[in-house]
Design a protein around this ligand. Structure first.
Ligand SMILES: C[S@@+](CC[C@H](N)C(=O)[O-])C[C@H]1O[C@@H](n2cnc3c(N)ncnc32)[C@H](O)[C@@H]1O
Length: 348
């Protein structure tokens, strides 16, 4: 994300400087990537004792934290790598405090320091799209470092629901400045599959599957502000962004709210979601029924911003199993694909 440079508005810097970037991310996109990770890990066999695991492009350790919360054998080892130091610092801090079996390192996923055939499980949760050569350089390293018989899980966004609203606000406030179009279409999973094959995994047993997730907030404007701070730099900050900050955020909140899939759950509807979590937690009522926004739009009917094809944020996941063929000593892969739909299960 573009969070440095003279034009970054002070309001964005206040949300992104140093460690603040981590909590800003965790409160917005990170909440959704955590749901993807949770589902993907839940689909794998339980972690075998002694497993060596790679949390690749780990951020602040979404995947590592989920794995550790499943009470794995105490002799597993997780290597968590990323290039964004504030995220690594946060993970290191918690790992040290809790004595977690994690080694944290600043490493580019395209040039990992690990030896060949090192990991039993390699998880790249919403990271591959950032890797060089359209993901291929990272995929090759995933294949190289995975043991024969190991499992790799790699996923990418199918759609980021709030990106179109951000584009809309960009268009209104940054007249004539184009918003960069993605150069690669990751949406249908074809590209993900292609690079995994080029990296050495074999296609015949590989399946690409999907899952959905929802972001949820009680403070839509606050959520919009964090998202604008984190993502509006994609379109390039301009000088007036600082002065117009409140208007931009207000508009983003409005566009998000007007999307068909963003539901303000109040009264009865909110009670229903409490009831759902009540079943899960067996506890007392959770909170007073104040407004809650679910951001997972399906379609917009807004007359001001005629948006189309808005859907829930979704991922495409590729789970590949690297298997050695003993007779030729070549490697191939088997992949299992699994499908699920989490939107209805989202808990308070
Ligand atoms: C969307 S975040 C996902 C973080 C985490 N895996 C999660 O599930 O929340 C993408 C991460 O990829 C990292 N990243 C981007 N390019 C990278 C690269 N070339 N090598 C390693 N990490 C990279 C970013 O720093 C960021 O933490």
């Amino acid at each position: 994300m573009n969070i440095s440079g003279p034009r970054v508005p002070k309001q964005a810097r206040a949300l992104l400087d140093g460690q603040k970037k981590v909590s800003t991310y965790e409160a917005t996109g990170g909440e959704v990537t955590a749901q993807f990770a949770s589902h993907n890990i839940g689909l794998l066999p339980s972690i075998a004792p002694g497993s060596v695991i790679h949390d690749n492009a780990c951020g602040s350790g979404t995947v590592s934290r989920l794995i550790l919360s499943s009470n794995p054998s105490s002799d597993i080892k997780i290597h968590a790598t990323d290039v964004d130091q504030p995220f690594l610092d946060k993970l290191q801090e918690d790992a040290t405090k809790n004595d977690w079996p994690i080694e944290v390192a600043n490493q580019k996923s395209e040039s990992l320091s690990f030896p060949d055939n090192f990991f039993d499980l390699s998880v790249t949760n919403i990271g591959i799209i950032f890797f060089g050569a359209a993901g291929l350089d990272g995929a090759k390293e995933i294949h190289r470092t995975l043991k024969p018989g190991g499992v790799a899980v790699v996923n990418c966004w199918e759609r980021i629901t709030w990106l179109m609203p951000i584009l809309n606000v960009h268009t209104v406030f940054r007249t004539g400045k184009p918003f960069p179009a993605p150069v690669i279409n990751w949406a249908d999973g074809q590209h993900l599959q292609k690079i995994m094959v080029e990296a050495g995994f074999s296609k015949d047993k590989m399946r690409i599957e999907k899952s959905d997730a929802w972001a949820k907030t009680r403070d839509l404007r606050g959520w919009a502000e964090k998202s604008w701070a984190y993502l509006a730099g994609i379109g390039g900050w301009i000088e007036s962004d600082e002065e117009k900050w409140d208007e931009e955020v207000d508009l983003l909140a409005k566009v998000l709210k007007e999307q068909g899939g963003t539901k303000e759950v109040d009264g009865e509807a909110f009670v229903e979601s409490v009831r759902l979590s009540q079943r899960a937690h067996q506890g007392p009522p959770l909170r007073a029924p104040t407004a809650t926004h679910w951001i997972g739009p399906v379609y917009s009917t807004s007359p001001i911003f005629p948006l189309s094809s808005f859907k829930t944020p979704a991922e495409t996941v590729c789970i590949a199993d690297r298997t050695e063929i003993p007779s030729t000593n070549e490697t191939t892969s088997a992949a299992v694909g699994l499908a699920w739909d989490s939107a209805a299960d989202w808990e308070v």
